[in-house]
Design a protein around this ligand. Structure first.
Ligand code: PLP
Length: 367
């Protein structure tokens, strides 16, 4: 009995960083300083440098990164934010948490990312921002989206939770003046040893506001300017992230190697493969194929010892959480079809060449 090909071998990945992580953890324990100290400040500077921007503010998780960034833009009740219909629900939840309304638009079918051509029709006098997601590790069409935002006086907040290090037109996500919310959840390309998140920005005023919002709305101890949050990236997670950040480019390169082999090896198989526009350089957070009998294919691969996952089975507008929004089934047919057909194949820095070949053979047999 051959061993199962796991979807993402977290244990194997952590083992490769074990000594460095333990040493970094020991340094934090020995310092006796556990919240908002040197490790967090250093990680923030290192990640801002990595992205090619001025500032990073560490927060507790990706959802808070999105919510606090919206608060920093003064978006709240009565406002509308344009979001992808086809995304993980956290993107929508952040908009709802600040009291604003998520207004979904359909994706480009080939890339699964927000379709810039559909944004203008969704703009109303209440629209304040556009919130594109770099889904599965591939950049959304940011220049086109920024162009629309500029013409209508809207902010752009990017959800970079799945795309640390991804590039578009040779530029890295987060570069310059862009405002990006990041998740450092363990399973992301840059993951902590627990929850973590951050916001990068080229605007020091926004960064200062975020630093205030994450810490009870306080810049000066016991002086609270606004109704803030407790949402901080702690010292231990920041120290872990500094170790993982040093390996990010190498791990992304390994993901790209695997994706390149999949794209080549799966040509001619009866699945729709990911499409990469010539201006995009994805970091392959996920390798997502489509099949009309997705559940059958997943079951056959499972029987063959290949683990798969679905990202995602139910779109946000059809979740019970958004029942009150009253968006009927059929309102976003492309998104709904994508959710019925997508299947994520194993990918991750610890996946071996031999496992990749087993996946390719199995998909050819079962698709
Ligand atoms: C993971 C994820 C989030 C939320 O991040 P958490 O750290 O889990 O809160 C937001 N948006 C997208 C697209 C994600 O994949």
């Amino acid at each position: 009995m051959t061993q199962e090909v796991s979807f993402l071998d977290m244990k194997a990945n952590l083992a490769t960083h074990r000594e460095d992580l333990l040493q970094a953890a020991a340094n934090v324990l020995d310092s006796g300083w556990l919240v908002l100290g040197r490790e967090t400040a250093t990680f923030e500077q290192e990640y801002a440098d990595y992205c090619g921007t001025k500032r990073c503010v560490g927060v507790a998780n990706g959802l808070d990164a999105l919510s606090l960034a919206l608060r920093a833009l003064d978006i709240g009740p009565g406002d509308e934010v344009i979001v992808p219909a086809n995304t993980y629900i956290a993107t929508w939840l952040a908009v709802s948490h600040v009291g604003a309304t998520p207004v979904p638009v359909e994706p480009v079918e080939a890339t699964y990312n927000m379709d810039p051509a559909l944004i203008e029709a969704a703009i109303t006098p209440r629209t304040r921002a556009i919130l594109p997601v770099h889904l599965y590790g591939q950049a959304a069409d940011i220049p086109a989206i920024e162009n629309i935002a500029e013409r209508h006086g809207l902010a752009v907040l990017e959800d970079g939770a799945q795309a640390h290090g991804a590039k578009y037109h040779g530029m890295q996500i987060g570069t310059g003046n862009s405002l990006v919310a990041w998740s450092f959840y363990p399973g992301k390309n840059l993951g902590a040893i627990g929850d973590g998140g951050g916001v990068t920005t080229g605007d020091p005023a926004i960064a200062d506001k975020l630093a205030m919002l994450r810490n009870y709305g306080s810049r000066v101890k016991y002086h609270n300017e606004v109704i803030g949050y407790n949402s901080r990236l702690d010292e231990l997670q920041a120290a872990m992230l500094r170790v993982k950040l040093r390996a990010l480019d190498a791990e992304n390169a390994r993901r790209k190697e695997i994706a390149t082999r999949y794209l080549d090896g799966l040509r001619g198989a009866n699945v729709i493969l990911p499409m990469v526009p010539d201006w995009a350089d994805p970091v392959w957070h996920l390798f997502v194929v489509r099949h009309t009998d997705r559940d059958g294919l997943a079951a056959r691969l499972k029987a063959d010892g290949i683990a798969t996952m679905i990202h995602y089975p139910v779109p946000p507008h059809l979740q019970p959480a958004y029942r009150d929004a009253g968006i009927a089934e059929g309102s976003f047919p492309l998104t709904e079809r994508i959710h019925r057909e997508v299947l994520s194949l194993p990918i991750g820095p610890a996946l071996s060449d031999e496992e990749v070949e087993r996946v390719i053979d199995a998909v050819h047999r079962h698709a």
